[in-house]
Design a protein around this ligand. Structure first.
Ligand SMILES: NC(=O)c1ccc[n+]([C@@H]2O[C@H](COP(=O)([O-])OP(=O)(O)OC[C@H]3O[C@@H](n4cnc5c(N)ncnc54)[C@H](O)[C@@H]3O)[C@@H](O)[C@H]2O)c1
Length: 344
């Protein structure tokens, strides 16, 4: 029987709970426990779904006890049963947790809210799976950065990419917490250009010539990017589409089919029966994409809650050397999650 990688997920929020479910779909890994500090309905759901829950702090343990949540131990107990910890705690917590993971001698994966320097390696499966093989740690780059690396790497592989300039319309908050924060009736530009996503993409591939500007918009469903790319030469729309198709995690929709806004695309994901209506692919509007001389224009959607999930599954395989072939891991993950380039 195949050796099961023992995966702990620390932080059972938006990203953590999805990683737990994705890991459960793999035949070479298993979830050994979920760590958190909260004691509300979300952690009760983890228990209800059959996961062992670990309390990361004394206050967390007390709150869980009071809420009737049965725990299987503390932070150290969780680290003791894991080969890899996927840290999905809020931004900046991962940095201090990393010290604990190192002390415990357990491999770890941080998410995009953390800085590159903490792990010294930033991950995007199609770009640099191989350089993560056997490492102690990596960081799966953020949702926006993942989309940038996937799309620009596809153009780069086809020798088409000269330089790319993008404007990112960023969702204001996640759907489940829109009663607690977010913005309304306003648009909030990031104060600096470049916004952090362009330089962050270079943490995966320093050769990318990319500049981003970003603006927060009062929606929760997804991000939307507009890109203007200077190509190395004059080319056709078909050749560009072919380059994008070289990524199995870039998909296409058409405005002409009624998929003309992010809410319609979300409905499509729900119709497909995706868990939480999740969209793991970068979704490009095929009919909007335009080439003019050596310039390329396109727009796409990024499901911030979902795009990093397949990347994290691949990062688990890379760190543990469960598979040294990036393509095999990517295909396995894609198959398990129903990742598809053509939805309808
Ligand atoms: N939400 C997104 O759109 C998104 C997308 C890509 C990457 N990320 C990154 O993923 C990471 C997690 O983000 P999220 O949106 O899932 O956060 P979240 O707030 O939804 O969930 C965080 C969870 O961690 C728990 N937690 C808090 N302190 C903890 C501690 N000390 N120990 C253990 N658990 C603790 C919280 O109770 C909560 O359940 C961040 O680095 C974020 O930047 C988020």
């Amino acid at each position: 029987m195949m050796k099961q990688i023992k995966v702990a997920v620390n932080g059972y929020g938006v990203i953590g709970k999805r990683i737990v479910e994705a890991v459960q779909l793999q035949d070479d890994m298993e979830v050994v426990g979920v760590g958190d500090v909260a004691a509300d309905w979300r952690i009760k759901m983890a228990l209800k779904k059959g996961h062992a829950v670990f309390a990361n702090t004394d206050e967390g343990a007390k709150a869980m006890q009071e809420a009737g949540i049965r725990t299987s131990g503390d932070f150290n107990d969780l680290l003791n049963v894991a080969d890899v910890v996927v840290d999905c705690t809020p931004k900046k917590f991962g940095a201090s947790n990393a010290e604990q993971y190192k002390l415990a001698g357990v491999k770890y994966i941080l998410q995009g809210g953390e800085k590159h320097k903490i792990t010294g390696h930033s991950f995007s499966a199609e770009s640099n799976y191989t350089s993560a093989l056997g490492r102690e740690a990596t960081r799966v780059v953020s949702c926006n950065t993942t989309s940038i690396v996937r799309t620009l790497s596809a153009l780069k592989r086809a020798n088409l990419l000269k330089k790319a300039r993008g404007t990112l319309l960023r969702r204001a908050t996640d759907p489940w917490e829109s009663h607690m924060n977010g913005i309304m009736n306003t648009l909030v530009p990031e104060p600096e250009i470049p916004s952090h996503q362009g330089p962050d993409a270079q943490s995966v591939d320093p050769e990318l010539d990319v500049v981003t500007a970003a603006i927060k918009v009062p929606i929760t469903l997804s991000h939307l990017h507009y890109w203007n790319v200077q190509l190395t030469r004059q080319t056709s729309k078909e050749e560009v589409l072919e380059a994008f198709r070289s990524s199995s995690r870039i998909a296409f929709v058409r405005m002409s089919e009624g998929l003309s806004a992010n809410n319609a695309v979300k409905e499509l994901m729900l119709d497909l029966g995706r868990p939480y209506g999740d969209m793991y692919e970068v979704v490009i509007w095929e009919d909007m994409l335009k080439t003019e001389g050596n310039e390329l224009y396109y727009a796409y959607l990024v499901d911030n809650q979902a795009i990093v999930i397949p990347e994290t599954v691949d990062a688990i395989r890379a760190l543990t050397r469960a598979d040294s072939d990036p393509q095999r891991s990517i295909e396995k993950t894609n198959h398990s999650l129903g990742i598809n380039q053509f939805f309808v």
